[in-house]
Design a binder for this molecule. Structure first.
Ligand SMILES: [Zn+2]
Length: 336
């Protein structure tokens, strides 16, 4: 929906440990490890999307290399902090788009060489559970005995998909869903900076859409801000954005379920999850459309779909992959 060219989430990514919201335990522990020079060589960051795993990994990669890291902050003055080529020692690999053995082989090859600028080379592997079995096996050997100058940060939304051998070699941190008050604070900060006016109730509503994810909350804020333009953001405006977006899409989904159109269902589910709408609103939209359709025609498939989706509500709230669960439910309802 909204373009990612200038998304709030990207612009306002935290740059220091104290700017990370809702993960105090983790940022404090990492700070203390660096200060006392008790750094691990493999970390596992687990948690739902948008809780700060990659941001913290990047901050950590910078912090371990600063020569005078103090009080949770990099000094900004040492050879590392001042070097414009820091990125040569920090590697970000997205396992979701690089699930092959080749990517891991390149990584293992590069691990051997010492860092260019700092003390450590840091490899941040996002969505590490997406690596194929062969890629994992290749990585395991390196994880077992990483060179002293190497640190791995593996991030995942689905830790249960990782081999126990991987988990046992890493220091694990569980990122918490971000609380409503913290989300509100982040949104208020962004709006203040962007000179956007929004009343408190509107900020709360946007925070709720985030469902514990800073990324989801800010991406929804993006959409609402784009809709409102120069006008102040209000609850009515937000409802207009969401209401206008949803009703028709959910009616389409229900029609496709009734018509046994699995391909259409998949497309519509993608469309729904590509919008910035939170899972609570997605569930509400789906159930409303199903109930409306059922009142108009008491179709056994609709009754079945209502049962399936009513049971899905709680699951979706805590699921790491709400899109996957929702799609499966829609396909089951569709009889595919
Ligand atoms: Zn420094």
């Amino acid at each position: 929906m909204n373009s990612n060219v200038k998304s709030f989430y990207r612009i306002y990514r935290p740059k220091s440990f104290d700017a990370v919201v809702g993960q105090e335990f983790i940022t404090r522990t990492l700070s203390n490890q660096i200060a006392s020079q008790k750094i691990g060589h493999a970390y596992l960051f687990c948690g739902t999307r948008g809780t700060g795993k990659t941001s913290v990994a990047k901050i950590f990669a910078d912090a371990v290399n600063c020569e005078n890291f103090k009080d949770g902050k990099v000094c900004g003055q040492c050879a590392w902090c001042q070097n414009p080529n820091k990125s040569m020692d920090i590697f970000e690999i997205d396992a979701a788009s690089n699930n092959g053995v080749d990517a891991v082989r390149d990584l293992i090859e590069s691990v051997k060489y010492p860092p260019v600028v700092g003390k450590y080379k840091v490899y941040i592997i996002d969505e590490v559970h997406m690596f194929s079995g062969a890629a994992f096996n290749a990585l395991l050997k390196t994880l077992e005995e990483p060179p002293a100058h190497v640190i791995f940060v593996l991030a995942t939304t689905e830790p249960h998909k990782l081999l126990p051998t991987v988990q046992s070699r890493c220091l694990r941190f569980n990122f918490q869903n971000v609380g409503l008050a913290d989300l509100e604070k982040v949104i208020k900060g962004v709006f203040q900076n962007e000179k956007i006016t929004a009343d408190d109730a509107a900020v709360t509503l946007i925070a709720k859409e985030g469902q514990g994810s800073v990324r989801d909350a800010l991406s929804f804020a993006d959409t609402v801000a784009a809709y409102c333009g120069k006008d102040p953001i209000t609850v009515a405006a937000i409802n207009h954005v969401v209401g206008g977006l949803d009703a028709k899409v959910f009616q389409t989904l229900v029609a496709q379920i009734v018509a046994n159109d699995a391909k259409g269902v998949r497309e519509t589910v993608n469309q729904i999850f590509n919008s910035s709408t939170g899972t609570a609103r997605i569930m509400a939209g789906t159930l409303t459309a199903l109930k409306d359709a059922y009142v108009q025609q008491t179709n056994p498939r609709l009754a079945n779909a209502l049962r399936i989706f009513a049971n899905l509500e709680t699951t979706l709230k805590y699921a790491n992959d709400p899109h996957g669960y929702f799609e499966t439910a829609a396909l089951v309802a569709c009889g595919a």
